[in-house]
Design a protein around this ligand. Structure first.
Ligand SMILES: [Zn+2]
Length: 280
C-alpha cells in the first residue's frame, strides 16, 4: 500500500501503532458487536472499519442456507463415494458448489482488502477523518485497493473487475449521476441498494482515473482537505475545482476515457445470429 500511495504522490506516515482487527466466528455475534460498539446500521454487513475506535471487525465467511445445504450434500456424497456409481454423474453439481465456495472466499478477500485500506489510509494520514474527507473520495480510494489475491500488484491503476463492470453497466444504462452531484454530496446512499452499488463504482472510477491521470492534483487535494471544513456542498465543489479545474471539463475528459470501453462492451453484448449448423 505504501508503494501504491507513493505513486499518487501522497504521503503515508509510519504506523503510529499496530493496526487492529477483531474477527468473529459467528455473523450474529459480529452484528451484535457492530451495532452496540460502532452503531453500524447495516444488516447485510460482514465487516467494517470504525475510525473512532481505530479498528476493523469481520465475521468469518458465512455460506447462504442454499450453499450450506449443498455443502452438506457434497460431504455426504464424498463420504459415500465408495458405495456406488452415482458420484461421477454429480461431478457438475460438485463443480458448481466449488465455484460458489470460491466466490464466497473472493468476496471476503475483497471486503478485507477494502476495510484494511480504510484503516491504513486513515490511520497513516493519507486522508483526514471522515467529516473532512468527502465520502466519495474515502470510498473510491478503498475500492482502488480491493483485490482477491494475496500476492501481486494492486492499488490505483490496477483493474478492479467487480467495480468496473458495475460502472460500465451504470454508464450503459444512463444511471450515473453528474460528477458535481457526487462531489457535492456529504454521504453515500443507503447501504445495500442498487443506487449505493452504482455510487461506489462511480467513486472508484473517478478516484482511479484521478490517481493515474491527475496524480499531482489528487495529492494536492488530499493535502488541502485537512485545512478546510467542507460541510457545505458549495465549499466541497469549490475545493474540488481549486485542485482539478472546472468540474464539467474534468467530467468530460473522464467520460472520454471511458467511452471506448463502454462502446466495446455494447458491441460485445449485441445479440448475434446463431451460427449455421454444419455438423451434427
Ligand atoms: Zn468503505
Amino acid at each position: 500500500m505504501s508503494r501504491a500511495v507513493k505513486t499518487i504522490g501522497a504521503t503515508m506516515r509510519a504506523a503510529p501503532h499496530a493496526h487492529l482487527a477483531v474477527l468473529f466466528r459467528s455473523i450474529d455475534r459480529y452484528r451484535e458487536f457492530a451495532e452496540a460498539q460502532d452503531r453500524l446500521d447495516d444488516s447485510n454487513a460482514a465487516g467494517h472499519y470504525a475510525a473512532q475506535a481505530k479498528r476493523c471487525a469481520f465475521a468469518a465467511p458465512v455460506p447462504s442456507p442454499a450453499l450450506r445445504r449443498a455443502l452438506e450434500w457434497r460431504d455426504g456424497a464424498i463420504a459415500g463415494a465408495s458405495a456406488g456409481p452415482g458420484i461421477a454423474s454429480s461431478a457438475s453439481r460438485r463443480a458448481a458448489i466449488d465455484e460458489a465456495v470460491d466466490d464466497l472466499r473472493q468476496r471476503m478477500r475483497r471486503l478485507t482488502a477494502h476495510e484494511a485500506a480504510h484503516q491504513v489510509l486513515f490511520e497513516r494520514g493519507v486522508h483526514p477523518e471522515g467529516g473532512r474527507c468527502p465520502a466519495w473520495l474515502a470510498e473510491g480510494l478503498a475500492c482502488c485497493f480491493e483485490t482477491e489475491r494475496s500476492i501481486g500488484d494492486f492499488g490505483p491503476g490496477f483493474d478492479v473487475p467487480s467495480r468496473r463492470e458495475r460502472l460500465e453497466r451504470a454508464m450503459h444504462g444512463e444511471r450515473l449521476r453528474p460528477l458535481a452531484a457526487l462531489v457535492a454530496s456529504g454521504s453515500r446512499p443507503r447501504g445495500g441498494t442498487e443506487e449505493c452499488l452504482d455510487w461506489y463504482s462511480h467513486s472508484w472510477g473517478i478516484v482511479d482515473w484521478l490517481a493515474t491521470e491527475r496524480p499531482q492534483a489528487l495529492a494536492d487535494y488530499l493535502g488541502s482537505l485537512a485545512k478546510t471544513t467542507p460541510w457545505r456542498a458549495a465549499v466541497r465543489i469549490g475545493e474540488f475545482e481549486k485542485a482539478f479545474g472546472p468540474i464539467t471539463e474534468l467530467e468530460r475528459a473522464w467520460l472520454e476515457h471511458w467511452r471506448p470501453r463502454v462502446d466495446e462492451r455494447r458491441c460485445a453484448t449485441q445479440a448475434r445470429r446463431p451460427a449455421a449448423r454444419t455438423a451434427t
